[in-house]
Design a protein around this ligand. Sequence first.
Ligand SMILES: Cc1cc2nc3c(=O)[nH]c(=O)nc-3n(C[C@H](O)[C@H](O)[C@H](O)COP(=O)(O)O)c2cc1C
Length: 160
Amino acid sequence: MKICIIYHSETGNTRHVAQHLSSAFDSKLIEVSETASHSQLTRFLVWCKMARGEELTKIRPESIDVSDYDLVVFGSPVWAFKPTPAIHTSITMLKGCMGKPAVAFSTHGGRPGQTNEIFKKWIEARGMVFAGVTNINQKDVENVKMNKELVALVSSAIRV
Ligand SMILES: Cc1cc2nc3c(=O)[nH]c(=O)nc-3n(C[C@H](O)[C@H](O)[C@H](O)COP(=O)(O)O)c2cc1C
């Protein structure tokens, strides 16, 4: 079973969880990042507005093909109660994903809001089979129990 983990992270929390997951499964790890740079002063508001509107953005890498993988995992910070524009864009432009199972996770500051249903909506809109989602509070990114739960979720998706 080949797993591809695609994640976005600005301050490292989601990256930390993604790297832990990757080492548990020896999977492919792809970090997506926004190419636009925003002023430090205004970016929080700009990011929240974009996330609220479920907007797309320009990301690197420009193209991701998961044809060679059996399971796709998406990881995102929560912004304004939703996954980020960068992870939204990665799902929207993903190649070779039709019919594949997909799991998602977020890291957040205590209020994940609509993140789970939005992830499900975006994943199913691309013809993937939604196989579960979980949220990890930023204070728990090094918490062994929380990371084990995510590993268990991915393991259960493998067995489906
Ligand atoms: C623009 C912005 C909006 C955020 N909105 C939320 C939110 O709605 N709910 C929440 O629980 N945390 C929110 N956070 C906190 C992040 O989700 C949290 O710190 C996350 O772990 C960051 O992930 P990263 O380190 O991988 O970038 C927000 C952070 C930023 C920068």
